[in-house]
Ligand binder design. Structure first.
Ligand code: PLP
Length: 394
């Protein structure tokens, strides 16, 4: 009979992409909406990457490639991991896929059996729990809040581990909170992890966007941690290459081989042209991006501090602020009760023309996510609008 699979019926569509779609539609209709919902840098892809792609097209590098990506790219990634993260991998311990999202999904397919538990600290990036459920795994959510800087402590991690634990997802710097685990915090978690046999899925896609913080990959802590870690990274955020769809995983050879088999039967190689662009991008990071994001972060934080009913801890990485809106819940705006972060986001969009993402999709119903990957002029306008909205909340 006709009908969808049970598996697909249970997936919640990505709330961030949904808001983005609605916002873009309003903008197309001529509404002056300021979009603070996007998860992509508003910078151009580095020119060397674009040049390499154009050359690839005209030189006919437009055919199937090796499934896990060309050796030249995997070698370049291995060199990057050695140089910047202090971990040594050979090209056959690396697989390139069509974006970090694809890399993560391939990992879950490769390691999760039905009923396996995956520890996911909340607030989490929206796709982790959905992907885990898609492959039959059980996301075990560990709640964190501002009191620990939105980070799991070794005690919280210990309490969540069971004999069914197959993996922990660690995302630092974090989307949506901007939290960054310090090297000491990573080492403290590693002490707990090393007493067990499960994987660490280390999503390091925002690793270069740091403000007064240091990034340590869990793979770099020790040989034991390297064995357990599946290091995920990509080109979308650091190189403004969201549309090129380039992500990768470095880790245990047997897992990379399994992921390669799965990829060979589903999507084949990642885009050949993007692979050439990625090689060039690896040497073209623009630190100016960090300077600019820091300026915007400081501005947004300062403005939020001056507003009533809202409080925000300082994000140390990525390009998001994640203010707490608990004091707004139960109050009303223009006679309409604000009963959830979803209602608040809806009202901000329709009444104040600011698009941002409610915390509910990130497992954080008391927060909202503001992306500051937009111009200062837009941020100024948006903060003015938010402030006048909040002044009218009763
Ligand atoms: N991981 C995190 C934490 C993200 O925020 C994103 C994108 O928003 C991704 C992974 C995946 O990005 P992409 O698939 O564009 O590489």
């Amino acid at each position: 009979p006709f009908g969808l699979s049970n598996r697909v019926k249970e997936i919640a569509p990505s709330p961030t992409l949904a808001i983005d779609t609605k916002t873009k539609q309003m903008i197309a209709e001529g509404v002056d909406v300021i979009n603070l919902s996007v998860g992509e840098p508003d910078f151009n892809t580095p020119k060397p990457a674009c040049d390499a792609a154009v050359e690839a097209i005209y030189c006919g590098f437009t055919k199937y490639t090796a499934v896990p990506g060309i050796v030249e790219l995997r070698k370049a990634i291995a060199e990057k991991l050695e140089r910047e993260n202090g971990v040594t991998y050979s090209p056959d311990e690396i697989i390139v896929s069509s974006g970090g999202k694809h890399s993560l999904y391939n990992i879950f397919v490769a390691i999760i059996n039905p009923g396996d538990e995956v520890i996911v600290p909340a607030p989490y990036w929206v796709s982790y729990p959905e992907m885990i459920r898609l492959v039959g795994g059980v996301p075990v959510i560990v709640e964190t809040d501002e009191s620990t800087g939105f980070k799991v402590t070794p005690e919280m991690l210990s309490a969540a581990i069971t004999e069914k634990t197959k993996a922990l997802v660690l995302n630092t710097p974090s989307n949506p909170t901007g939290a960054v685990y310090s090297p000491d915090e990573i080492r403290a978690l590693a002490k707990v992890i090393e007493q067990h046999e499960f994987y660490v899925i280390s999503d390091e896609i925002y690793e270069k966007l740091l403000y007064d913080a240091e990034h340590l990959s869990s793979a770099a802590v020790s040989e034991g941690m390297k064995k357990r870690t599946l290091l995920v990274n990509g080109f979308s955020k650091a190189f403004s290459m969201t549309g090129w769809r380039m992500g990768y995983v470095a880790g245990d050879r047997a897992i990379i081989k399994a992921m390669t088999s799965f990829q060979s039967q589903t999507t084949s190689n990642p885009v050949s042209i993007s692979q050439k662009a990625a090689i060039a991008a690896l040497n073209s990071f623009d630190p100016e991006m960090v300077t600019e994001f820091r300026r915007r972060r400081d501005f947004v934080l300062r403005r939020l501090e001056e507003m009533p009913l809202i409080r925000c801890i300082e994000p140390q990485g990525a390009f998001y602020a994640f203010p707490n809106i608990a004091d707004i819940l139960g109050k009303s705006y223009n006679g309409q009760t604000i009963d959830s972060s979803d209602t608040l986001a809806e009202l901000l969009l329709t009444e104040s023309k600011i698009a941002l993402v409610p915390g509910s999709g990130f497992g954080a119903p008391n927060n909202i996510r503001i992306s500051y990957a937009t111009s200062m002029a837009n941020l100024e306008k948006a903060m003015d609008r938010l402030e006048s909205f909040l002044k009218n909340v009763r």
